[in-house]
Design a protein around this ligand. Structure first.
Ligand SMILES: Nc1ncnc2c1ncn2[C@@H]1O[C@H](COP(=O)(O)OP(=O)(O)OP(=O)(O)O)[C@@H](O)[C@H]1O
Length: 300
């Protein structure tokens, strides 16, 4: 687990991180989201030790993180960092060797990743000759080649087409499943929504929300419910007369409504059940907010 504790950082007299604390749990994918200039890259650089903090501490597995541990984190920096004129496989082997792998292990790891990322045909091409999306895949391979103990990825999905996103998502998921903590930033909330187990929202250098995706959704769920009826008499118009209910959308048998109390929602369910076979309940559920909605709410 990576534990970011009360980190602050200023540039000149501008404080860009102000008491930032969150955890990146082992075996879980933590999405790091926030608007432009919110402080994501600065936080990641501080975790990796490429930028100094003014205050606070980064811990790994419960202890202050060491230089050796930092060197074993797979990092994909915002500015990327592979050599444009070097061949992809050669470059990955070189990076593996820098991290202490044997040539044989580095080559095996690099080729495995290139195959997984759909780049095996490109292994002898220079980075600069690849499309931007393929360059990005190579950057992901570079972060993973030395079989790191954790991953910190700054915008790993930017510039990837939907197919490539799927491939990278699969690789990262498998990696986290082996027990490593994975932190990734992204502006693509739909991807974060699918991929993350935990979420950290930063704004103006402060943590605005953090926790598991489900807990955040539950916390931000309103009192809205969705009811769908099917059958010859499927008409949810009676909702308008239900006590404690405000209908927000009605279209024949489909309705959305807000319930003043849980008991009011339960009363709706009971009435729908009582309606019988001509208006059967197809679904009845609380409306769960999307990450985009939660994000808008917390950064407001
Ligand atoms: N070296 C620096 N010198 C001065 N200011 C900096 C420096 N690095 C970052 N900043 C400022 O710190 C703030 C946070 O920047 P950071 O890059 O961490 O944000 P971010 O959340 O990663 O943004 P984006 O999503 O746009 O990449 C910004 O206002 C930025 O201008």
């Amino acid at each position: 687990m990576i534990d970011v504790q009360n980190i602050s950082r200023s540039f000149g007299d501008r404080r860009v991180l102000d008491g930032v604390s969150f955890e990146v749990a082992s075996g879980r994918m933590t999405g790091f989201v926030g608007g432009n200039g919110a402080g994501k890259t600065t936080t990641m650089r501080i975790i990796l030790g490429v930028l100094a903090k003014d205050a606070g501490e980064v811990r790994f597995e419960g202890e202050p993180i060491t230089a050796e541990q930092r060197s074993r984190i797979g990092y994909m920096p915002e500015e990327r960092g592979l050599y444009p004129k070097m061949k992809v496989l050669e470059q990955l082997i070189y990076l593996g060797r820098l991290h202490g792998m044997s040539s044989h292990d580095a080559k095996r790891s690099a080729q495995g990743l290139l195959a997984r990322l759909g780049l095996e045909e490109r292994e002898n091409e220079t980075l600069e000759s690849l499309s931007l999306g393929n360059q990005q895949r190579a950057q992901i391979a570079a972060a993973l080649v030395h079989e790191p103990i954790a991953l910190v990825l700054d915008e790993p999905f930017s510039g990837l087409d939907p197919m490539a996103v799927e491939v990278v998502v699969g690789v990262l998921r498998d990696y986290a499943a082996q027990g490593a903590p994975v932190l990734f930033s992204s502006h693509q909330l739909d991807i974060v929504e699918r991929l993350c187990d935990d979420l950290v929202v930063i704004g103006g250098g402060k943590i605005l929300a953090s926790g598991s995706r489900e807990a955040l959704r539950a916390e931000h769920a309103g009192r809205e419910f969705e009811l769908e009826l099917a059958g010859p008499a499927a008409d949810a118009g009676w909702l308008r007369e239900q006590p404690g209910i405000t209908v927000t959308h009605l279209d024949g048998g489909r309705a959305r409504f807000e319930a003043a109390a849980d008991s009011d929602a339960q009363a709706v369910l009971a009435r729908a059940v009582a309606a019988g076979p001509d208006a059967q309940i197809r679904s009845f559920a609380p409306v769960v907010p999307t990450l985009a909605q939660i994000f808008k709410e917390v950064v407001r």
